[in-house]
Design a protein around this ligand. Structure first.
Ligand code: FES
Length: 111
């Protein structure tokens, strides 16, 4: 399947997080200037949508218990998190944001 358009860059707030759904999978998109990073959209700790979280210094803080993930690597950075977040390859082409769901890294990728 490869890369698919999931959003337009202009629709994403720079420095923020936006939630989209692709084939029923919630994805969190993080715009950093003209770059976009993509992770699974649900926290690995419990059922919280990261689109409602707080982005700061390349991290996303979960809105429910304040667990923090690195948005580039998906790495869980503090308690109560014990599992990394799945990340996906993402790129920007001609103003479109493309994500490849088949490139899921470790973490929560199959829920
Ligand atoms: Fe995210 Fe608990 S649900 S830290």
């Amino acid at each position: 399947m490869g890369f698919r358009k999931v959003a337009e860059l202009d629709a994403l707030r720079d420095g923020g997080v936006t939630g989209v759904e692709v084939d029923g999978v919630p994805i969190a998109l993080f715009r950093q200037g003209n770059e976009v990073h993509a992770t699974h959209g649900i926290c690995t700790h419990a059922l919280a949508f990261l689109k409602d979280g707080y982005v700061e210094n390349g991290t996303i803080e979960c809105p429910l218990h304040q667990g923090v993930f690195d948005i580039r690597t998906g790495r869980a950075l503090c308690a109560p998190l014990t599992q990394d977040l799945a990340t996906y390859a993402a790129k920007v082409e001609g103003g479109d944001v493309l994500v490849d769901l088949e490139t899921a890294s470790t973490g929560r990728a199959d829920e």
